[in-house]
Design a protein around this ligand. Structure first.
Ligand code: ZN
Length: 278
C-alpha cells in the first residue's frame, strides 16, 4: 500500500498559495498526503479558510481531504476583539470543525510579555478551551516560551479533550506532561535538523506512539528544501514526506510502519476513528 500521511497543521489557505494552490495540492497528494488540517489564526481569515476547505473537498481524490480548525492565535492577540469569540462559536455551530486551533500562549516577543497583553492572551486561551469543552473538540496548541503556563491553564480547568501540541519546542519533561494530559506532540521539518538536540531528545523519550507530523506551511521548511540564498523558503504540504523520513531515521523505524502509526495517532486524536488503518 502506498503512504498515507496526515498534515496536522497547515496554513494552506494564505495568499502565498493563491497562485499555485491547485498544483501544490495535487503534488501533496501524489507524495502521500491524504489529509490536512486548515488552521485558523485571525477572525478576518475565517472566510478564506472555509473557502479553501470547500474548494479542496470539491476536487475529489486528486488532492488531500481537508479538515477545518478555526481559532484565535495568541501571536495576533492585539487584533482579537471580544466579538471574534462569538463569531468563532457561530462558525463551530455552522461548519463541521475537527478542532479549535490554533490557540495557546506566546511570549516570544517582548511586547507580549507586558502583563496586560499576556493577560489578554490567557483570557482568549481560556475562553477557547471552554468552547472546545462545550463543543467536544480537541485543541491545536501554539506554545512559545510558555509551556508551564499552558499546562497550568489546561490543568486548572481539567481539560479532557486532548489535541496536539503543535511545532513542539519544549523539553522532555514538558512533552511528558502534555502526553499525560492526552496530547500528541506535533513534529515539523525541524526534525530534519540534526542540531535540534532538544527536539530529538523529546522524540526519543515520548516515542512514535505519541507523535504526529505537520508542515506548518508556509513556515518551517525542512532543511533539505531550504533555498540557501533566501531568508525564508516557502514550505508546502508536499514536504511532509521529508518530516516522515527524518523522523523514521531518528526513531530507527521503517518509514511505512511509522507512517501508519502516525496516521492512526492523528485520526484517533482528531476522532476520525473510521479512518484508522488496520
Ligand atoms: Zn500555525
Amino acid at each position: 500500500m502506498s503512504l498515507q500521511l496526515f498534515d496536522t497543521h497547515t496554513h494552506f489557505d494564505v495568499p502565498e498559495f493563491d497562485e499555485d494552490r491547485q498544483i501544490l495540492a495535487e503534488q501533496a497528494k501524489q507524495s502521500g498526503v491524504n489529509a490536512l488540517i486548515l488552521i485558523g489564526f485571525l477572525r478576518e481569515r475565517f472566510n478564506d479558510l472555509l473557502h479553501t476547505h470547500e474548494w479542496l473537498n470539491n476536487q475529489g481524490n486528486i488532492v488531500p481531504t481537508s479538515h477545518l480548525a478555526p481559532g484565535l492565535h495568541p501571536f495576533y492577540i492585539e487584533q482579537h476583539r471580544p466579538e471574534d469569540l462569538d463569531i468563532l462559536e457561530q462558525f463551530l455551530q455552522t461548519h463541521e470543525c475537527i478542532a479549535i486551533g490554533e490557540i495557546g500562549l506566546d511570549t516570544f516577543l517582548k511586547q507580549h510579555k507586558v502583563p496586560e497583553v499576556y493577560e489578554k492572551q490567557k483570557d482568549y486561551f481560556l475562553k477557547q478551551l471552554l468552547l472546545a469543552d462545550q463543543y467536544d473538540k480537541p485543541v491545536l496548541l501554539h506554545i512559545r516560551k510558555s509551556h508551564a503556563d499552558v499546562l497550568q491553564q489546561l490543568k486548572k480547568i481539567k481539560f479532557k479533550q486532548g489535541g496536539i501540541a503543535h511545532a513542539f519546542s519544549g523539553g522532555v519533561e514538558e512533552a511528558k506532561a502534555f502526553v499525560k494530559l492526552g496530547f500528541k506532540i506535533g513534529i515539523t521539518g525541524q526534525v530534519t535538523n540534526p542540531n535540534a538536540k532538544k527536539l530529538h531528545q523529546v522524540i526519543q523519550t515520548v516515542g512514535a506512539e505519541n507523535l504526529v507530523i505537520e508542515t506548518d506551511c508556509p513556515d518551517m521548511a525542512p532543511l533539505c528544501c531550504q533555498v540557501s540564498d533566501a531568508t525564508r523558503t516557502r514550505n508546502t504540504p508536499e514536504n511532509l514526506y521529508y518530516v516522515l523520513e527524518a523522523l523514521a531515521q531518528a526513531l530507527n523505524i521503517d518509514k511505512d510502519i511509522l507512517a501508519k502509526l502516525l496516521w492512526n495517532n492523528s485520526v484517533q486524536t482528531l476522532r476520525l476513528n473510521t479512518l484508522t488503518i488496520v
